[in-house]
Design a protein around this ligand. Structure first.
Ligand code: F6P
Length: 327
């Protein structure tokens, strides 16, 4: 592969996701293999603005494939949202002779990258790293598999205590705008109902469903609520249900940031390795302003703007399936 690119910067940005370290490792090792100089940027776009670049060698990414979080740290940068901030970031890259960037992150990260690479002429490749799985152009994002496994493990534990006490539990999982985590956690843990941002739920429908369960002598029940559920989070829904249907002793559990940490699953490590490798090779092949993804087990390239703007919602039929299976 011949290319003018000699020095690449890699960074993580937005919410961290398990598997980001495996992606950084793959980027660094692939770049080193191709005799490129690779720099890690501390704390995403904030570090880019502040010129916080550090040369990374093969050994710097040893012993990290299994670690959650991100060794490069991350941030949601307000300054980068301004034209001035992006200009300063560009000047930092130029001052450090950086020829191209690889961004590991989600929606916010790629929105910034897309604007930036159109304002300033610098090749950019995105790697989808977010627990939300809400980017088009990849079947799964890095971190999603670990997050749903963490959530299912938590719900399994809640199931034990719900069963012992004959209780109705509302469990809130992450997903401000996206229901992938809630849906997959619900199906994987055998929950009775699942409320997601993509579907305007109705508390009366939920209550009817719970009543059917109660008539069938269901002694306890689990409802998974995405934090971005249009009717409200687990607290609000639990309160509304309790006011109209107090058959069960009702409790709420919010899993929260537990879902963002922990050692990545094998699936996330493999995906991260594959996408990190593909990102460097894509840059060397002259691609820019695209996100590398995996679709039907093949590497895909999607323009950043398309990856963030194309709606990607869970199959609505799966909600029906989950309810039928839990009856
Ligand atoms: O985008 C990932 C995510 O974990 C969302 O599911 C959640 O709504 C958000 O980040 C929480 O962000 P923060 O950690 O900044 O509160």
């Amino acid at each position: 592969m011949s290319s003018d690119i000699k020095r690449i910067a890699v960074f993580t940005s937005g919410g961290d996701a398990p598997g980001m370290n495996a992606a950084i490792r793959a980027v660094v090792r692939t770049a080193t293999f191709h005799d490129l100089h690779i720099y890690g940027i501390n704390r995403g776009y904030d570090g880019m603005i502040k010129c916080q670049f550090k040369r990374l060698e093969r050994k710097d990414v040893g012993n990290i494939i299994h670690r959650g979080g991100t060794i490069l740290k991350t941030a949601r940068s307000m300054e980068f949202m301004t034209k001035e901030g992006r200009k300063t970031a560009y000047e930092s890259l130029v001052a450090s002779d950086i020829d191209a960037c690889i961004a590991i992150g989600g929606n916010g990260t790629f929105t910034g990258a897309d604007i930036f690479s159109k304002e300033h002429n610098i090749p950019f490749i995105g790697i989808p790293g977010t627990i939300d799985n809400d980017l088009a152009g990849t079947d799964y994002t890095i971190g999603f598999d670990t997050a749903i496994n963490t959530a299912v493990e938590a719900v399994d534990k809640i199931r034990d205590t719900a069963d012992s006490h004959n209780r109705l539990f509302f469990v809130e999982v992450m997903g401000r705008d996206s229901g992938f985590i809630a849906l997959n956690t619900g199906i994987g843990s055998g929950a009775g109902s699942i409320l997601i941002p993509e579907r305007e739920g109705n508390v009366d429908d939920l209550i009817n469903h719970l009543k059917i369960g109660a008539r069938r002598k269901k002694l306890f029940s689990l409802v998974i609520v995405a934090e971005g559920n249009p009717g409200g989070g687990a607290m609000k829904i639990a309160e509304e249900v309790k006011n109209k249907f107090d058959h069960y002793d009702t409790k709420v559990a919010i899993i929260g940031h537990l879902q963002r940490g922990g050692s990545p699953t094998a699936a996330d490590r493999v995906l991260a390795s594959r996408l990190g490798f593909a990102a460097v090779e894509a840059l060397l092949a002259g691609k820019t302003n695209v996100m590398v993804g995996e679709m039907n087990n093949k590497i895909s390239y999607t323009p950043l703007a398309k990856a963030i703007k194309t709606p990607k919602a869970p199959e609505s039929d799966l909600l029906r399936m989950a309810e039928i299976l839990a009856m």
